[in-house]
Design a protein around this ligand. Sequence first.
Ligand code: X8Z
Ligand code: ZN
Length: 621
Amino acid sequence: MVAAVRTPCLAASILLLAACSKKDPPPAPPPAPAVDNAKAANDKLIAEAKQFVKDADPKLRKLLVDASLAEWTNETDITKEHEAATAKASEIQSVEITKMVKAARRFDPVLDKLDPDTKRQLLLLKFQAQPAPDDAKQATELATTAAAMQSTYGKGVCAVTNGKETCQDIEFYGKALETNRHPAELLKTWKTWHDSVGHAERDLFSKYVGLANEGAKAIGFANVTELWQANYDMPAATFAPEVDRLWNQVKPLYTQLHCYARRKLNTMYGDAVVPKTGPIPAHLFGNMWAQSWEYLYPELEPFKGVAPIDVTPVLAKSYDAQKMVRMGESFYTSLGFEPLPPTFWERSLFTKPAGKDVVCHASAWDVQYNDDLRIKMCIKPQQEDLWVIHHELGHDFYFQHYFQLPILYQAGANDGFHEAIGDTIQLSMTPAYLKTKGLIDKADKNDKATINQQMKVALEKVAFLPFAVMVDKWRWDVFSGAVTPEKYNQHWWELEQQYQGISAPEPRAATDFDPGAKYHVAANVPYMRYFLADILQFQFHRALCKKIGFTGPLDECSIYGNKDAGAAYGKMLSLGASKPWQDALEQLTGQREMDATAILEYFAPLQKWLEDQNKGQACGW
Ligand code: X8Z
Ligand code: ZN
């Protein structure tokens, strides 16, 4: 009878046991004891589930900490040994967590009878790590492939001279695009990065797709696409339509910005480089992926001579990396948040160490899940980096608020929330705020200054929207098998064109692999989180501004120094992943849905100005 406890028919209902048996049924037991037995078995399973979750905590903690220590070591000093150690720790993490997920299946029959915390933690367990394939050899290959992809991207474009390998990373190539305005030179830089790093990721990535899908299948998902889409407290199949709904809300605003930028670039470069209609070539935006157009601000500035917001001169003159991070911290402490721990200052990496390859792509960590906060970033004294510091610190202050929760709750309400925390703070870095900090001389307040400032913000946050959608639209199609390796690159550019209205700067071959030139593809970080964050940050900002009684236009509101705003924000951060994101959102904003009306409200003046500028144009592509 004990062995029968694991049979599926018992799992469905103990009362159906007789129907499953091939042998003659035993004489029917008296009804009352059968019910009692069933209840006792259920109660036992419920108690075991509770204990399972309790026991899982220290086990998971060790697996996650070991993997993140190894990863930190490799990302701050890429060597063959560190890469191998990362792959090993990540393999152990995947294999052990996958075993736990499988073991937890026996609680499925009583899931709805569990207390909410046990049930939620069992649900979240599935999303703790990339699951491992059943086959041990494949599990090893999956981890070594992922580690190799990450290191390949981190090192960048490498050449061997006199037997010694030297590499130039994305910092170098990215910088080369920012202020250069010679199309041929821009194309050369763009091509070098894409043809070298993108191409080097191609075979690794194709292999990774099959192996990662095997892992997803091992824990009951159809593929990685379904696994990723299932992590939003809503049925997986409803997530893509939800993204489309939000994208359709903001698409008209993006289309206006695209139309204006295309006309300006056409005037600047001529028809041979930028046509008057259709998509814009990707190498002209001052950014390797055309995901942020902020470096085009001087060319796209609406009104000349009206207080252009540029803090770079002051940063370059009197700030170093440490001082920039201190400035970021001071925003958060002004809200009443605790300062960063002393270990943050000892263990973080702020600048690229000489003679080492590191993954310069900025990131934030609680390496040991116990307030071991760090950031890793190759900081330069420029405006973009000051904004990224505030983004990264948003992650760290989220960690700070939930590190005492069970390990399974040490995550954002959803991954978009995590990305939105620091970006919400960026929205409070208004010209008036920057002036009080001595980063700019004057903060004009008039219609022209408003449009200039909105343009500056839009070139980062509106231009980004379609890119943030298309990266995972592409990966969803790849992992689901809708697109096969020969079509990977073609499909990437189809989506670039469809969403961004951007084209490849020259014909690309099926053997090219331009998605691999983007960090998150090489590092296997899901990307839809940034799209959600782009929507959510305006929703958070609107709610916080309302809470502090601000009634003016959203782009003039700053929560700097406001402890009430800090308390409300901190309350949401303290939830971690303990509640569905809808509850966390409702707590702060009163809304249970992600909603793009806040970003539209914020940019309403710019949208109207753009529509006037674009009158008579055939916008779109
Ligand atoms: O990757 C990042 C952060 C780290 S989570 C620097 N971001 C995305 C990107 O760089 O592509 C922030 C904005 C989008
Ligand atoms: Zn981030």
